[in-house]
Design a protein around this ligand. Structure first.
Ligand code: GLA
Length: 404
């Protein structure tokens, strides 16, 4: 466990100054991890909340697990640009300005993220950055900003690739390494062009809300997107709602499990200052984070789907597979996945690590678990004894039985 936690720390805080291409800084070797103000605080965000959440990211142990970015979402801006045409912080809620906040966050070993929009206004009707890209990117760089989430509201219908590339180029020209988070909500299939626009991760769907229905709807949209995700360019199903109160612990656990198997950016969306031990545990499970941060050649995908029962799997760089057995339905049920479904080679035995229970068992065949309603089980499945000759693979769909 100790070795695992250390490796997560090293991977999660990797910085890279090398360039993937001449245009794009290599800044997201693994899916970025951090916190965003939006889900919990919305437009009530202020500088005290940002400082407090940075403090809590460290004191909770999240920073040690790889959470790095402290992202101020919409509503940090004053309603008007200054006389020089520059964005400025809201004087009531951010009287100290953004540079001071960046200094504060950096002193803690963390990084600061900020928000703007590729339209004439942000989604909360504050000044937009469309056609101000060079000025705004330079301002962010001067302030010491490390990440920009660039949104899609109030766009005048100009193609997304043009608008988001303009900011990608401006960030590159700013001279500062700034992670670029593209938020076109998947409207124009961001996964096809956002990497070339300079993006390090890109939203694939509409906004998450704090509900099980929202999580499962978003998850369904991720199926089939594996080919578009890779180091320095990740599909983003949106920030987490874990700990915000709208879901049960089982639902929150399934939410994290699915985001991890998808190699999604892990951006906590709860108020870290007041999170309880359960939420902290869900966000800092080293074995689950290790799956999220591992690149085994492709992000997870749905490999079986029968009604409300699904199997999601992704290859691990160690040669095993991470598996999420998801029960979207209202009754507990058994779900079984064959090694072949999980993409594993034939072997005489497989070690099955339950990543939430932290127990290991051995199977010669199926990965089989009872999954409560609105919940998921998550496993790391590794061939241990083998190889053996395999005949036809077994079931290719989850088996279910009547509710207990
Ligand atoms: C959009 C984005 C959200 C959030 C809000 C802020 O809806 O998709 O993630 O940033 O704007 O207004």
């Amino acid at each position: 466990m100790c070795a695992l936690a250390i490796s997560v720390l090293v991977i999660g805080t990797t910085t890279a100054s090398a360039r993937l291409t001449d245009e794009k800084p290599l800044l997201a070797a693994t899916p970025p991890m951090g916190w965003s103000s939006w889900n919990a605080l919305g437009c009530t965000v202020d500088e005290n909340a940002v400082r407090g959440n940075a403090d809590a990211m460290v004191s909770s142990g999240m920073a040690a697990m790889g959470y790095t970015y402290v992202n101020i979402d919409d509503c940090w801006m004053a309603p008007e640009r200054n006389a020089g045409g520059r964005l400025q912080a809201d004087p009531q809620r951010f009287p100290g300005g953004i540079k001071a906040l960046a200094d504060y966050v950096h002193a803690k070993g963390l990084k600061l993220g900020i928000y703007a929009s590729a339209g004439t206004a942000t989604c909360q009707n504050l000044p937009g950055s469309l056609d101000h890209e060079t000025t705004d990117a330079a301002t962010f760089a001067e302030w010491g900003v490390d990440l920009l989430k660039y949104d899609n509201c109030y766009n005048p219908g100009r193609p997304a690739v043009e608008r988001f590339s303009a900011m990608g180029n401006a960030l590159e020209a700013s001279g500062r390494d700034i992670v670029y988070s593209i938020s076109d909500w998947g409207d124009e299939q961001s996964w096809r062009w956002a990497g070339n626009a300079g993006g390090h991760y890109w939203r694939t769907f509409a906004d998450i809300t704090d509900s099980w229905d929202a999580v499962v709807v978003i998850v369904e949209q991720q199926a089939g997107l594996t080919q578009f995700s890779r180091p320095h360019g990740w599909n983003d199903p949106d920030s987490l709602e874990v700990g915000n109160g709208g879901m049960t612990t089982d639902e929150d656990r399934a939410h994290v499990s699915l985001w991890a198997v998808l190699n999604a950016p892990l951006i906590a969306g709860n108020d870290l200052r007041s999170m309880d031990a359960t939420t902290r545990g869900l966000l800092t499970n080293p074995e689950v984070i290790a799956v999220d941060q591992d690149w085994g050649g492709m992000q997870g995908d749905k490999v079986a789907d029968v009604g409300d029962l699904e199997i999601w799997a992704k290859p691990m760089s160690t040669g095993g597979a991470a598996a999420v057995l998801l029960n979207r339905g209202r009754y507990g049920t058994e779900i079984a996945a064959s090694p072949a479904e999980l993409g594993l080679r034939c072997a005489n035995e497989y070690n099955i690590r339950d990543l939430w229970a932290h127990t290991t068992t051995v199977t010669t065949g199926y990965v089989d678990a009872w999954v409560p309603p609105h919940a998921a089980k998550m496993f790391l499945v590794s061939p241990s004894l083998g190889p053996r000759m395999c005949g036809t693979s077994g079931l290719v769909a989850p088996r279910s039985r009547n509710p207990r």
